[in-house]
Design a protein around this ligand. Sequence first.
Ligand code: ZN
Length: 251
Amino acid sequence: MNLIDTHCHYNSYAFRNVHKEIYKLNNNQNVSKVINIGIDYNTSKEAIMLGNEYSKLYTALGIHPLCGGDVNDLEYLYNNYDNSKIVAIGEVGIDTECYDISMICNLINSIYLANKLKLPLIIHANTTKGSDINANKMVVEVLKRNTPKYGFVFHSFQPDLDVIVDILILGGYIGIGPMILKKNAKKSLEIVKNIDINRLLIETDYSYLTQNPDVDGVSIFNKICDLRNADKDIMSKQLDENAKRLFYKLK
Ligand SMILES: [Zn+2]
């Protein structure tokens, strides 16, 4: 197996000893590359440092909607540190857990920055139970008015048949993670089965989902192969190509 995990979080907030975790990752033959996602200034900066140190790690610079921070600081990081392994801006987006208007401003600023730096965007759109705001829809409305020129992915996509057509028309990708391993994942399974295979990316979101049963993405990969009735070698090549097409700086 030779998976590119397009979304995970290796940082000192998540792990008491992040180097120990990356050591395990380095020894895991199933994973060829991972994109280490920043959620604020500090984690973005740390991701750059770890990327310089470990060959499997690539970096995305982002201000998560539930974390504070200024998108301008990400531009500072890009311009003042080694940016050769910075492959995306994100994760950024909307989370209805404590929604406020600044999330929209941050999202728009992040799209401008991604376009300026010629990078794709990694989007977080989370609608909490009972919320009357639909995060997916809200992000799509922003994207329609502010096009990310170098593409985007809805990471850990909350299945939403209403917006998926819009996302695909806008050229977006869909990130599929551990949620497809859950028993109640009916809608996600439908999407994985039917979506244009060129738009699918695999991700573990490790270690954000603490109950994540699949640290290296192999179960997610196997599930995708099952659902699509696909040959594993062909699927592995396909997912690799997808990741390298969107995150074109991956080598
Ligand atoms: Zn994440």
